[in-house]
Design a protein around this ligand. Sequence first.
Ligand SMILES: *Cc1c(COP(=O)(O)O)cnc(C)c1O
Length: 235
Amino acid sequence: MLVITENINQIQNEISRLCKKVNRDPSEITLVAVTKTIEIERIQRAWHSGIRHFGENRVQELRAKQDDFKHEANWHMIGHLQRNKVKYIIEKVSLIHSLDSYKLAKEIQKQARKHDKNMDVLIEINIGNEPSKFGIPLNEAITFAKNLEELPNIRLRGLMTVAPNVQDPEQVRPMMREMNRVYKELKQAKIGTDRLDVLSMGMSNDYKVAIEEGSTMIRLGSSIFGYREKGGKDV
Ligand SMILES: *Cc1c(COP(=O)(O)O)cnc(C)c1O
């Protein structure tokens, strides 16, 4: 258990070091602890080490953990979301990272209105154009964002990506740079939102490069909790 605290401290030091290096403010970066397959006691340890954002990629697991979790925290839906499951999470999560189709957006709109809330979302980009991954192509992001303006209960907060899983994270640097370029373009275009401030990219293997390339939200699982035995599917 103590190793979780040590890992978090080390990651936070690393965030500070990298920010200094590229002249960014560490407070710009939110650390989301990815808790898929991780039991509640270890999630609690992360909470006691200062983590307030938790990410899950399965609806059922997210609901079960949230029910058991006694502390105040923000839960993030980071995995592919089926339309028929939106209703189960609409009141449970503070941010949906995985908006990957207009049909899903319409369902989120419908459920958000029903619960009289605005739902914060990120558009998921398949930055490596990998057939195995969800997300829309980067060059469609702006048009997709414009279409979301027709859905009043959806609040677009930014972009998210799961970069290709490579040995050397330097390999994904150019893709992350492209993500940041389009993210900035989106910000400048002021598309239908008052608070576009999230670029969710960077996982355990590539978060350092991601911070250098402008990420504002990193999603870390194994570097906090250690190796995942089962079901550690990334998308
Ligand atoms: C599992 C997962 C992560 C965390 O992966 P690690 O390599 O364990 O840091 C981040 N984002 C998504 C969408 C995931 O599914």
